[in-house]
Unconditional design. Sequence first.
Length: 384
Amino acid sequence: MRQVVDEIIETTLQNYKGRRILIWGYKSYLANIIEAVLKDKGIDIFGRIDSNKVFSKLDNVYTPDILCESSLNYYVVIPLGRYKSIINCLRENKYERDIDYSYFCDCAISEEEYYYEDAHGNRIIGYSENAEFVFLGYDDLVEIGKGGNIAGKITMNSNSHITIGNGTTFEANLIVGNDVQITVGNDGDIYNSKQIIARDNSKIIIGDGFEYNDGGLFKCDEGAEVTIGDNVIIRSDSYISTQKNSKILIGDGCDIGTEFRCLAPYETSLKIGNECLISWGVSIISHDAHLIFNVETGDCINKAKKNVDIGEHVWIGNNCTVLPTTSIGGGTVIGAGSIVKGSFPNNCILAGQPARVVRRDVAWSKYYAETIEDIPDKYVNKTE
């Protein structure tokens, strides 16, 4: 972002030539930064431009009509994504790029239905007409497979790579930092998700057939990794979050209910094995997230790394909470409302607050099974 601000400021200082400066975007965070930097350099801002007529009723906020053939009076700074409506407005009113306005994102050198490239080295390969891309840096690459569709507002910094597989729908507001990798496999459906955030040097790898509809916040912090296997379903109003250098792994074939909370704070790891069934309202967390200190000594008493490891084919009932420093063996069933912390064996039933083993030597079926022979052999085991 610093490079973007520097380029906008440099272009403005070279070209505004004493004209009144208007900044486009009343609620733009970047516009606030640009205004502050210009004021530090002794340059006053005449006002803001915004197409929203509600904002234009405020003091020093104007509609685009103020630009009507007035390039001799105003220099316009646009710290926003690339909007064709803004570009058309400027050109219709005979504003010339750089000479009369500074617009970082107005630098396309190729703009076709299945290909976009700009002067900053950013490229989009594949169909992207339903998305609004905001490139705030350089050398980003977005690849969209055959039959794939990306929609929403996609804000990217520098040197990041997004790959959307064949036949995958990706509809979300996405914020991408520097040096980020996001890969989504084929035939997935990420629909109406509130926001996905991938900060600097993070990685999100998602397999084929992923379903994540009406999802809540999905955050991958700096240096963190989220890996999701093939044919995973995560239902609505769920929340997945890592903090710096943490890892979340969700295995193949997991089926996860609504209001799922999955948090991996403070350089911890959280692993969910293949073919797990997780009911609604379940929370899994690999660290306390907030530090606690001994008042007498000043020592932190919960700083140690505390991971969570859930084996394959585990069934977690509704409203359960899995706490840090927990391992659960494969094939285990956890009763509704349980609070789970500690080490537990395979093929048992856990229940209670705190959870304890209430039955051993069990096997369960995700689908209707008339006999135990209908359950795959690898999940039919005695408790060790």
